[in-house]
Design a binder for this molecule. Structure first.
Ligand code: NAG
Ligand code: NAG
Ligand code: NAG
Ligand code: NAG
Ligand code: NAG
Ligand code: NAG
Ligand code: NAG
Ligand code: NAG
Length: 375
């Protein structure tokens, strides 16, 4: 668990939803079907097939550690232009959201902590996010703070959401433009209880000011542990490390289900088995497996094919694993993704998101999720 911090990846989405004045705009919502575009991998924004998505998140830009305004480097400008240019090619169109932060760890969580702790720095940050979002024609802004480290971070986050939403509404009124969407990536559960004392997200402010939150329902196990495990199980009869537990905790904490967007990974953790004949979930491992501990979906499928892997669908936990020789891989495939999307609908969630674009194989997973949601 400690190592959810190591999860490199996080992201979010947007929508034309009824939240503003509480009126239901459409009786059959298309749902938030989102994915993050990592600007740093070389995967072209023009390759995104938006038939599968309602919202595309740009990942990421960062705040300055001194002024807290967004620090848009010349690299960022190039990527932002690539992204903005690509949106005009997308058919159908998709909403776009500028995501700020990310899972890199390092100084970033501390920068968010200082930024949110004073009114002037919150204002600098907020105003700059609106300016950059408008300059590059985004439909919304998204925060990915991994993770607030104590109760005071959590209550300052609540203040940020309040002031951010008020400023966004003020700006929309003043300019006559549609209000920017405001979303946030969050931990899979509403309370974080590792690496410091338990602290809970500001669910009152989230409910009031944020369009939706995007729990990262992945990273439950990984090669930092010396046993195999599923990185994104829907259910786990033995521990709280499951999507059902996390989503349930958000609903229990009072966040309306339609403001919860279920995160799903297009990558999975890998291990090397200590004994290749002991290949069950929980089997002892000696270290990382293929891909230095992480393979994206398309690589998992290639690996399984070329190495004649044994593939197991775990019906109880609703996820996949495969093994070949001493390599052991946890991942999601079409069937588990379909079941997770059905689960999201059964809980009346707002939708789902994927981390990340460029990791699917011929859109197999993106298509399965979208088809399941819409049909
Ligand atoms: C984006 O479009 C602008 C204006 O058409 C063009 O000058 C620029 O080179 C394009 N940038 C990228 C990265 O595609
Ligand atoms: C931030 O934006 C608000 C609303 O547009 C404006 O009133 C305020 O002066 C701005 N503050 C700063 C520090 O730029
Ligand atoms: C909470 O965490 C932040 C960031 O690590 C730290 O700067 C701050 O002093 C902590 N606050 C309390 C009350 O512990
Ligand atoms: C924006 O306009 C709406 C509708 O006229 C109004 O209810 C709201 O108070 C305004 N918000 C701000 C921050 O000015
Ligand atoms: C796995 O790690 C735990 C905790 O660090 C340790 O107690 C245990 O002996 C290790 N198991 C193996 C098989 O190395
Ligand atoms: C799981 O969560 C429940 C409810 O928050 C808590 O009471 C229980 O102690 C947790 N179990 C574990 C193993 O952490
Ligand atoms: C098959 O397994 C070997 C040994 O682990 C690995 O080097 C190779 O990359 C795998 N094939 C694919 C397509 O991943
Ligand atoms: C996988 O199976 C095929 C067909 O049985 C065989 O030709 C090939 O050598 C096997 N590959 C590995 C890596 O075991």
């Amino acid at each position: 668990m400690v190592s959810l911090r190591l999860t490199l990846l996080i992201f979010l989405t947007i929508l034309n939803f009824p939240f503003d004045h509480g009126e239901i705009v459409s009786s059959k919502p298309q749902g938030i079907r989102a994915a993050y575009w990592p600007s740093f991998t070389g995967y072209a924004a023009s390759s995104i097939d938006t038939s599968y998505f309602s919202h595309i998140y740009y990942a990421f830009v960062l705040p300055s550690p001194t002024t807290y305004a967004l620090d848009i480097t010349s690299d960022d400008v190039e990527k932002l232009l690539e992204f903005t240019n690509a949106t005009s090619l997308w058919n159908p169109p998709a909403k776009t959201v500028l995501s700020i932060g990310g899972g890199g760890g390092g100084a970033l969580p501390g920068i968010f902590s200082s930024m949110t702790s004073e009114q002037y720095s919150r204002t600098n940050f907020i105003n700059s996010t609106i300016k950059v979002a408008r300059d590059y024609n985004f439909d919304g802004v998204d925060l990915d703070w991994e993770l607030p480290s104590n109760e005071s971070d959590m209550s300052n986050l609540g203040l940020l959401f309040k002031e951010w939403r008020e400023t966004i509404e003020y700006e929309a009124n003043a300019t006559g433009r549609p209000r920017l969407i405001l979303t946030s990536v969050v931990y899979y559960a509403s309370t974080v209880s590792f690496d410091g004392g338990p602290r809970s997200y500001p669910t009152v402010e989230i409910t009031k000011y944020v369009d939706w939150v995007s729990p990262m329902c992945f990273g439950y196990h990984g090669s930092w542990e010396n046993f195999t495990g599923l990185g994104s199980a829907l259910y786990d009869p033995n521990t709280n490390l499951s999507t059902n537990f996390g989503i349930g905790s958000w609903i229990q904490a009072g966040v309306p289900s339609e403001k919860i967007v279920l995160g799903m990974p297009l990558y999975g953790p890998t291990w090397s088995l200590q004994d290749r004949n002991d290949n069950i979930i929980g089997a002892p491992t000696t270290g990382t497996g293929p891909g230095s501990g992480l393979l994206v979906y398309s690589q998992v499928i290639d690996f399984n094919k070329e190495n004649n892997s044994t593939i197991v669908f775990d019906n109880t936990m609703v996820s996949y694993y495969s093994y070949s020789g001493d390599s052991w891989i946890s991942y999601d495939d079409v069937r588990s993704i379909e079941l997770k999307v059905r689960y999201a609908q059964s809980q009346a969630l707002g939708g789902y998101f994927f981390w990340a674009l460029g990791q699917d194989l011929d859109w197999a997973i993106s298509n399965a999720a979208s088809e399941t949601w819409l049909n």
